[in-house]
Design a protein around this ligand. Structure first.
Ligand code: CS2
Length: 490
């Protein structure tokens, strides 16, 4: 079978949409750090649309901060890959052309820094996941004890972290009399623009106060809210794409039809016309962020832990389980009053649409995948909401059950006694706490709530919170996840 590439593009079936612009003339303008499946199914597709409507120098050079796999798959394909949109009524294929090249940071950090510092680089976008920011998730501040940050301060010209790379490149740009690029965080963090700006400033200040001041005065870090459900690509997906495409594609991405992007319009040297593809350029991203992080991602995490423990492999299965879907209704009724609705949005309607998206039978999004990195996700998905409910004197039982389900999951043993592959930067700490607490819900919840990077210094002192979590955890140990969710009052 031929491999997808610039030369095989013309021979693909007519039903496959492909770049409708002159790709050979496309020049890079964006460097994307963390070129995983999500960015290729979101930013790169929006950019492909924008290029089709108004061609400009907005090609994307992707960078992998860890492994070479993505580059090794995409290079032989000239950066081309298929986006397989999975709608309940059937799949649709599109070849995306906006990615021009992929660099691998650990192989050659200088080449990446040079690309970031090049005059034609006007935007540096990021999807490096929550833990890629090397920050303290409870406070959003730079974690200066993080091994990558320590490394990057010692080796400023060969950084490993996203923040270290941005600062190394901004330093060169300042020295060369160039302006900064716009740094565009596309990760699921609250106030992602502000958080990234703070991390870059604080890291720069550890090296050079003048650089920190220059970035502060000239840089731009717009906030964004990104949304599209993009499960990890499986071997079965790759085989299906090959048979539909009639060509081999080693790097397809899978996604739902829905996509949303709200962007604060503060770019220092231009941007593609993403709004032609439906991106919302807004002055205030926060309402979109709150809505999405608390309602979509909060529900996702609860479904992931309760669903996994109840034996559901995917979100579609978990959300179709009447017990868990009732739990979601209860959760959203606690969350909605804490969310300032973006203009023109009905939050109850948004919740109903989420349930339909979660239940999309064509998407196999594993509960295990979403359960990953709970320590980095809980603060913005559940804990901020709990703080707001506590302040308002309002109930938060469903939110507390979500936290307890994460704790039960973090013990590393499922309800049948089988091991759970817990992936989290703090996994070793969970294991230590779980080993000493055993199945004692009080001790386990107290130990985990004591992790300040997750729960801050305030939540451990909130008796209503600690006792609700301990009580749910006790029930999770005694009755299991499904029965505990079933026993929740409406
Ligand atoms: C998910 C998100 O993996 C996760 O934690 O909750 O990746 C989610 O699918 C996206 O944010 C949807 O936009």
């Amino acid at each position: 079978m031929t491999r997808l590439s610039s030369t095989s593009l013309a021979g693909l079936p007519a039903s496959v949409r492909r770049p409708a612009y002159d790709r050979a003339a496309l020049k890079p303008g964006i460097v994307h750090l963390g070129l995983g499946a999500f960015a290729r199914a979101h930013l790169a597709e929006y950019t492909d649309d924008a290029l089709e409507h108004a061609f400009g120098a907005w090609g994307i050079v992707g960078a992998s901060l860890q492994r070479p796999d993505q580059r090794d798959r995409l290079k032989p394909q000239d950066g081309l890959y298929t986006f397989l949109k999975r709608a309940p009524e059937g799949p649709q294929l599109r070849v995306i052309g906006s990615v021009l090249d992929v660099l691998v940071a650990p192989e050659n950090p200088s080449a990446l820094i040079a690309r970031l510092a090049a005059a034609e680089t006007r935007i540096v976008s990021l999807t490096v996941t929550e833990k890629g920011y090397c920050h303290d998730p409870a406070t959003g501040k730079l974690k200066d004890s993080h091994p990558d940050i320590i490394h990057d301060l010692e080796h400023p010209t060969a950084p490993r972290s996203a923040v270290g790379l941005l600062v190394a490149a901004l330093r060169l740009r300042m020295a060369e009399g160039l302006g900064p690029f716009t740094a565009l965080s596309c990760d699921n963090l609250p106030h992602n623009g502000k958080v990234l700006a703070g991390l870059v400033r604080d890291f720069a200040a550890l090296r050079d106060d003048r650089l920190a001041a220059w970035i502060e005065a000239n840089g731009a870090f717009p906030a964004t809210m990104v949304d599209r459900i993009v499960p990890a690509t499986t071997d079965a997906d790759i085989a299906e794409v090959a048979s539909l495409l009639g060509a081999e594609d080693a790097a397809p991405v899978i996604g739902e039809p829905f996509r949303q992007w709200a962007i604060q319009d503060t770019f220092v040297s231009g941007r593609p016309d993403w709004q032609v593809a439906g991106a919302q350029m807004v002055s205030e991203v926060a309402p979109f962020e709150f809505m999405k992080l608390r309602m979509l991602n909060g529900a996702h995490s609860c479904l992931a832990y309760l669903g996994y423990l109840s034996g559901h492999e995917t979100v579609a299965e978990a959300s179709a389980d009447p017990v868990l879907s009732r739990m979601l209704e209860g959760l959203w009724s606690e969350v909605i009053p804490t969310v300032p609705a973006p203009e023109g949005v009905d939050l109850a309607e948004y919740a109903r649409a989420l349930l339909v998206r979660f239940r999309n039978p064509a998407i196999r999004h594993r509960t295990w995948q979403i359960a990953m990195d709970g320590s980095q996700k809980l603060p913005q998905r559940l804990l901020g909401t709990i703080r707001d409910r506590l302040k308002a004197g309002a109930s938060f039982e469903h939110l507390a059950l979500g936290v307890a389900a994460w704790m039960r999951y973090a013990t590393g043993t499922d309800e049948k006694g089988a091991a759970i592959d817990v992936r989290d930067p703090l996994a070793a700490e969970f294991a230590r706490i779980a080993a000493s607490a055993g199945r004692n819900a009080q001790a386990l919840s107290q130990g985990l709530i004591g992790i300040e990077a997750i729960f801050g210094s305030d939540l451990p002192r909130e008796a209503a919170f600690t006792s609700a979590v301990a009580c749910h955890l006790e029930s999770l140990f005694a009755k299991g996840a499904r029965a505990t969710a079933e026993a929740m009052p409406a």
